[in-house]
Design a binder for this molecule. Structure first.
Ligand SMILES: C[S@@+](CC[C@H](N)C(=O)[O-])C[C@H]1O[C@@H](n2cnc3c(N)ncnc32)[C@H](O)[C@@H]1O
Length: 213
């Protein structure tokens, strides 16, 4: 378990799958995030004492067991940049598309992308419902929507090979247990940043025949 900011930095710095500039870019991202938090409500105030654990590691742990050749990633409701922008920083070889409906947030996200020169990160200002359908190698969503609604909205971006990574906090096991009407190979993985939190991981094959809920 990663419990403090020092451990979080060490975990990221020691990760041989991440870009060598990851720590430096995350430091720049942190500066912009803190500055922006004085102007708009982006993350809960108490998590600003633990940005590296609660946001950076919490985002980057989603790369665990994602095949190295994965080249496209869709992040739903990116908000302050999590997990989408953090993933784009650590993995410049993945084209990350971040969808966010609120203009104040996408203006800020576009500034982050510009200042960090993140050529692999595309910010889409739109409701997810209005985004053009395309297939992605991986899909993530943190604090976006309850699982059935999330799948309803985003299954059109998935193939049978798409890796889903859905941090769900304490409700992960229950949300998965209660999911009905979908063929999937999801399971819950323990979060590295919170002993009580889980991440729904795996693949989605589509709706069960004849089911609508
Ligand atoms: C609770 S925040 C989570 C933000 C970020 N993923 C995080 O974990 O820090 C949910 C975000 O999803 C965005 N959102 C909600 N519904 C959306 C939709 N239909 N399409 C795109 N973005 C949406 C909201 O504007 C908000 O920024």
């Amino acid at each position: 378990m990663i419990v403090d900011e020092t451990q979080a930095r060490e975990w990221i710095g020691a990760h041989d799958g991440f870009d060598p500039d990851t720590i430096g870019r995350l430091e720049c991202f942190e500066v912009i995030l803190r500055h922006e938090c004085e102007k708009q409500n982006l993350v809960s105030a108490r998590t600003l004492d633990e940005v590296w654990v609660r946001h950076f590691v919490d985002s980057l742990q989603l790369l665990r067991d994602v095949p190295r050749e994965t080249s496209t990633w869709l992040d739903l409701g990116t908000g302050a940049g999590f997990p989408g922008v953090a993933l784009a920083i650590a993995r410049p070889d993945i084209a990350v598309t971040c969808v966010e409906s609120r203009a104040l947030r996408t203006d800020y996200l576009a500034r982050v992308v510009g200042e960090l020169d993140l050529e692999n990160c595309k910010i889409v200002h739109s409701r997810l419902q209005d985004v053009k359908t395309a297939e992605y190698g991986a899909i993530s969503a943190r604090a976006f929507a309850p699982l059935p609604k999330l799948l309803d909205l985003s299954t059109r971006f998935s193939t049978r090979d798409t890796e889903w990574r859905l941090p769900k906090g304490r409700s992960a096991a229950q949300e998965l247990e209660e999911l009905r009407g979908w063929d999937h190979m999801f399971h819950v993985e323990q979060s590295l940043t919170d002993a009580d939190a889980g991440i729904i991981c795996g693949r989605l094959f589509g709706r069960k025949k004849g089911k609508r809920s």
